[in-house]
Design a protein around this ligand. Structure first.
Ligand SMILES: [Zn+2]
Length: 250
């Protein structure tokens, strides 16, 4: 149904993903992933234009049928022609994305990814509603409180009895398929994200590092991500101690 003056389109037919290609990579640190047949059924609810400071994107709203969880994808230009698409999977971080927190690098990564996509003239950003690496907003605030007392991000989650990273990227693969995208040049520093996507049938043709300059508040957090969670931040010189001003509680 079209709304006069808008480019919104409503899609009501649920999408049942086809079986995807075989597993190409593995990562023993990943949470257990169910069989390919367990990829979530997703509905594309509506699409519209979304002007941003970097350009006019198309915004697509999705709903997971089983859980009712809502996610969005932003696309820029033509993305369904089969060639690898510059892309980013971004997990929700209300504090970083919406409240300008400097405790993490999420807001800077989000801005950098949108700018890169617009500059390229073609790309996709999948925004997944899995706050706090999957533990939720209130638990993230509890973990931040423990980090204020000296714990790092990994130990804080352990003290709360919560997983360190329970993010699930299968829904992202389904959303990408629905947008006609099968191959990405993925902007990420997280190798788990690459292996998770490839298990779900999305080809990662290239990893594009996201270059973020650490600040005094997130340097410790970034160091923990590099040293304890396997993030590839060496290209930014982030393994060097001199790059960690005020490291500690981020
Ligand atoms: Zn964040």
């Amino acid at each position: 149904m079209s709304i006069p003056g808008e480019r919104c389109i409503r899609f009501c037919r649920p999408y049942r993903p086809a079986r995807s290609t075989p597993i190409r990579t593995s990562d023993k640190t990943d949470p257990p992933q169910a069989a390919e047949s367990a990829k979530p059924a997703v509905r594309l609810a509506a699409s519209c234009r979304l002007p941003t400071r970097w350009g006019v994107f198309d915004l697509h709203g999705f709903e997971e049928l089983a859980s009712g969880r809502e996610h969005v994808a932003l696309t820029y230009g033509s993305v369904a022609d089969g060639a690898p698409v510059l892309g980013r999977l971004h997990s929700e971080c209300l504090t970083g994305d919406g409240l300008y927190s400097l405790r993490c690098d999420c807001g800077a990564q989000l801005e950098s990814a949108l700018a890169a996509i617009a500059a390229e003239g073609r790309g996709v950003l999948v925004y997944l509603r899995q706050e706090g690496r999957g533990i939720g907003l209130l638990n993230k605030i509890r973990a931040y409180s423990l980090q204020d007392a000296g714990a790092d991000t990994v130990d804080a989650n352990h003290q709360l009895g919560l997983p360190v990273d329970s993010r699930d990227y299968r829904v992202a693969a389904v959303m990408l398929e629905m947008l006609g995208i099968r191959s990405l040049r993925l902007m990420t520093n997280n190798p788990r994200k690459i292996s998770a996507l490839e298990r779900s049938g999305i080809v990662v043709a290239e990893r594009v590092p996201l270059q973020i300059v650490p600040n005094a508040y997130n340097a410790g957090y970034l160091r923990t991500k590099a040293l304890r969670l396997g993030h590839l931040l060496g290209g930014q010189g982030l393994q060097g101690d001199e790059m960690w001003p005020g490291a500690g509680s981020g």
